[in-house]
Design a protein around this ligand. Sequence first.
Ligand code: G3P
Length: 238
Amino acid sequence: MKIFLDTANLSEIREAASWGVLDGITTNPSLVSKEGRDFKELIREICSIVDGPVSAEVVAVTKNEIVEEGLELAKIHRNIVVKVPLIVEGLKAVKVLSAKGIKVNVTLCFSANQALLAAKAGAAYISPFIGRLDDISHDGMAVVGDIKTIYQNYGYSTQILTASIRNPLHVLEAAKMGSHVATMPFKVLEQIVKHPLTDMGLKRFLSDWDKFLKEKESFLPPKDGSALRLAEKAHGVS
Ligand code: G3P
């Protein structure tokens, strides 16, 4: 499963990239607005850090405007994936953009039927928002499972990008379900790398090794040559 970070924060992106596990980035207008930077400049900088798909979202809501905005965003970098909302006008735009060879991530997906339509329109990625579904007592991961079944039934190549991930269990479930991608906040990435038994185990290994080195030191002759002088004296060498 590919791991994407759901953020527009450059220090989080740099840090995750240095771990060697980062495959791509998703952003949205809410995340970008938090950074207080010029949108295109920020996206360009993200693309210079991560060599993988970077989703940049349109804010237009009519077909022609979405297409126009999408074409502009796609010019920023070859790794740009244009993110389009799952509305009728959005689907129309997906058809046009994908026919031009531009990769589109269809976002704000909350049902498997919506995902079917996105695939038919030519989406490269579909983003089911599982956390927001869980928030209203719907099983978000069940939707991911249904999408997987439908896409497999008909051989759609649209990749499932599980989004709105809130905790480590969401990542685990997405991976078990066979989601192609999971996009998560940096906080969740930090949570999934940690395990208390790893920390305890490492502490024990290091203290045992330290003890071993100290014991080994007591078997060795002192480095100042005093042991040699004692041995020479004992054998009558002057
Ligand atoms: O990028 C879209 C999605 O992941 C948003 O997540 O936590 O705002 O529901 P959230």
